[in-house]
Design a protein around this ligand. Structure first.
Ligand SMILES: Nc1ncnc2c1ncn2[C@@H]1O[C@H](COP(=O)(O)OP(=O)(O)OP(=O)(O)O)[C@@H](O)[C@H]1O
Ligand SMILES: [Mg+2]
Length: 337
């Protein structure tokens, strides 16, 4: 539904040129939640702003549902933009307007009749969980509530795409999770395509189906969230993945513990997707002459299933048979000692 072809943005300022986005190819499917992650200055905002031509690419094409936004007239672009909602980090609300009036604003601009506006805004307020706050002003709202207004406003014209530029970066972790839950709910309810940018791996991990990692204007790696998490390749990706789980120190701790268990074997089991939910350990204990100590473990959940690491210490006479069984079942095994 969204196809970027060799999209580039070069800024010229004070005799210097900055290539903020460099020859990016990207294809985002209808109904998916696609995340773009990168450190500050990577070019994320510039890239997302080119999806609705708030920023015009220096070269390349931006196709949305078969229409090349870089080739159409201003009037056609205005119409195309109604199909693309946008949510901002600092909410960008109109401070002198109430919640109701903020959400109604884009409908007024689109020339929607008054009765219809009343109906639509009421529906949106309910959707984002702000019933009772219709007549409040933005400065009477918490950060999370302000972002709910921002989301309702972005959805007012029934867009097909919702762009979120660091929509949760100004919020605390608890409120971040609530807003992310709301975005997932909206994605499912309307099969809305979501493109979001962030510098927090938690956001990608919690709600995205696929992710692209950006560095210095380039997309250095992209793929399914679960694949990227379980085997990151680019150094920047590895740094982001470390933010969350599989920290280096778990291996250190396991090595240290391995010295305390001179008998038997210490192994790391890696579970992916549905494997993360199956009772392998119980099966091993029941069917093989082994004993198992669980040293440490972690299972994380994504939109596409879970994945996990489990460090265990095995003793007994059938260790190798037990490990063979696990391998046959598709569990990845790394022997620590
Ligand atoms: N209007 C502009 N004029 C000149 N340079 C710009 C402009 N907008 C962005 N840049 C430069 O382009 C690069 C990418 O900026 P961009 O805002 O896209 O990064 P970002 O990944 O969104 O960073 P952050 O996480 O800090 O928001 C930076 O080097 C920035 O200084
Ligand atoms: Mg930015």
């Amino acid at each position: 539904m969204i196809i970027l072809n060799k999209v580039q943005k070069v800024f010229k300022a004070d005799h210097t040129t900055i290539t903020a986005v460099n020859q990016v190819d990207l294809s985002i499917k209808k109904g998916e939640i696609f995340g773009i992650i990168g450190y500050s200055g990577a070019g994320k905002s510039t890239l997302i702003r080119m999806l609705n031509l708030l920023e015009r690419p220096t070269s390349g094409t931006v196709m949305i549902d078969g229409q090349d936004l870089t080739k159409i007239s201003q009037k056609e672009l205005r119409l195309a933009r109604q199909e693309i909602g946008m949510v901002f980090q600092h909410f960008n609300l109109l401070w002198s307007r109430t919640v109701f009036e903020n959400i109604a604003f884009s409908l007024e601009i689109a020339g929607v009749k008054k009765a219809k506006i009343q109906e639509r805004v009421t529906e949106l307020i309910e959707l984002v969980g702000l019933t009772g706050k219709e007549h409040a002003y933005p400065n009477q709202l918490s950060g999370g509530q302000k972002q709910r207004v921002g989301i309702a406003r972005a959805l007012a014209n029934n867009p097909r795409v919702l762009l979120c530029d660091e929509a949760t970066s100004a919020l605390d972790p608890q409120t971040t999770d609530e807003i992310l839950d709301l975005l997932v709910q909206i994605n499912k309810k309307y099969q809305l395509t979501l493109v979001l940018i962030t510098h927090e791996m938690h956001v990608i991990h919690k709600i995205c189906h696929r992710v692209a990692i950006m560095e210095s204007g380039n997309i250095v790696e992209q793929g399914e969230v679960l694949d990227i998490f379980s085997s990151p390749k680019h150094p920047v990706t590895k740094r982001f993945v470390k933010q969350l789980a599989r920290e280096d120190n778990s291996l250190k701790v396991a090595r240290h513990l391995a010295q305390e268990f001179p008998d038997g074997k210490v192994v790391l089991l890696k579970f992916l997707k549905e494997k993360a939910e199956q009772p392998f350990i119980t099966n091993v204990i029941r069917n093989f002459k082994v004993e198992i100590n669980i040293i440490q473990g972690k299972i994380l959940h994504t939109q596409e299933g879970g994945y996990g690491d489990l460090y265990i210490h095995l003793t007994g006479s059938e260790i190798n048979a037990a490990l063979n069984y696990l391998t046959q079942e598709g569990v990845e095994i790394e022997v620590i000692s």
